[in-house]
Design a protein around this ligand. Structure first.
Ligand code: ADP
Ligand code: MG
Length: 360
């Protein structure tokens, strides 16, 4: 099995830096997701790995081998683009067979391999059709099949599901996970969609403007964001953030000022900062305690300014003096705009970020 390792990788287009010194490890046999907002360099990274772009500096290793100077073909990776780019005049069979034919494989072997992959992707009854006779999901499967027939060392996927509707996306996510487990091939999957990243990835690399913001298992990143960018990118509704100050420390916890004279007691890893140090306090909507769930001490009185009923959950927008919070309540929660409600921020669920945005 083959891992992919990038070291100090850099790439600019003219004066536009796209990749600014990236160290990244995609473990062998695992599904690594590159996640980040549009323009953060995801496609450029994939194209660099595939050999479709040349790096300005840094190393690209596939299975330990330095591949910077190898052609795309010699790198033995297969890429699936966002636009499927199927050959419109060819049948599904010919679309799948094309790369094999080009590589000079014998006809009987091509036939067997195409049917095997088509079966795996459940498109074996569509082999005689042309792309325009297929649904979006079926076209997507053919595009994946074209990459899979070759049995490359590494699969690269660039936002392959973004043209599909939500239901089909969920179904394809499950299929990609199943396929990746079954094949055991190293996969690097690019998306801007955090749900896709959380549900697919063994390993997530979150990118911010051409740099790695944080890498690790999805829940580690969700639960322990290394900085404000990561904290606010992951999670919907996003983490609540409040700019405030440290008031002191007691029993190994720092005291953080909240509105209405309340405090949050937060444990941090490093040395406690001085009194009045400015910080940003973060707490996820699902971690706020509302109403009767709030303890007696250190509660805030908040005004309910908006209620969004999603069915399974209710999103509640709250105003407490100069602090705005979004909380998640039950689908049936008896809460209405104009209510006044108690809110507690449990210190064990709070995150603190320093003035540079780093987790404390
Ligand atoms: N061929 C190109 N020529 C000029 N600029 C490019 C080119 N490709 C990408 N860029 C720029 O590089 C940055 C990263 O782009 P890209 O890798 O496509 O991001 P993403 O896939 O995360 O949306 C963007 O600022 C983009 O405008
Ligand atoms: Mg892109």
């Amino acid at each position: 099995m083959t891992d992919v390792a990038l070291r100090r990788l850099e790439k600019s287009f003219g004066r536009t830096p796209a990749v600014r010194g990236i160290d990244l490890d995609a473990p062998a046999g695992r599904l690594t997701v590159l996640l980040g907002p549009s323009g953060c360099g995801k496609t450029t990274l994939l194209r660099l790995i595939a050999g479709l772009e040349e790096a300005d500096a840094g190393e690209i290793r596939i299975g330990g081998r330095l591949v910077n100077d190898l052609s795309p073909r010699e790198r033995d990776v297969a890429i699936v683009f966002q636009s499927y780019a199927l050959y419109p005049h060819m049948t599904v069979f010919k679309n799948l067979a094309f790369a094999l034919k080009m590589s000079g494989m014998r006809r009987a072997a091509i036939n067997a391999r195409v049917r095997e992959v088509a079966k795996m992707l459940q498109i074996d009854d569509l082999l005689a059709r042309r792309p325009r006779q297929l649904s979006g999901g079926q076209q997507q499967r053919v595009a994946m099949g074209r990459a899979m027939v070759r049995e490359p060392q590494v699969y690269l996927f660039d936002e392959p599901l973004s043209n599909l509707d939500a239901r089909l996306r969920a179904q394809m996510r499950a299929e990609i996970t199943r396929l990746q487990r079954a094949l055991g091939t190293t996969m690097i999957y690019v998306t801007h969609d955090q749900v896709e990243a959380m549900t697919l990835a063994d390993h997530v690399v979150l990118l911010d403007r051409g740099r790695v913001a944080q890498a690790g298992p999805p829940l580690d990143i969700y639960n322990r964001p290394a900085n404000l960018f990561v904290a606010s990118f992951l999670g919907a509704p996003p983490m609540n953030l409040y700019e405030t100050r440290i008031l002191g420390q007691v029993d190994g916890a720092v005291l953080v000022a909240l509105p209405q004279g309340a405090l949050a007691r937060v444990r941090i890893k490093g040395r406690p900062p001085e009194r009045l140090t400015p910080v940003t306090l973060g707490i996820r909507p699902e971690n706020l305690l509302l109403g009767d769930a709030a303890p007696a001490a250190d509660t805030l009185d908040a005004d309910v300014t908006r209620v969004e009923r999603l069915g399974a959950q209710t999103h509640v927008v709250l105003a407490c003096s100069d602090m705005q919070l979004i909380a998640i309540a039950d689908g049936e929660a008896r809460i209405a705009v104009g209510d006044r409600i108690r809110v507690h921020l449990p210190g064990s669920r709070c995150h603190l970020f320093d003035i540079a945005g780093r987790a404390m």
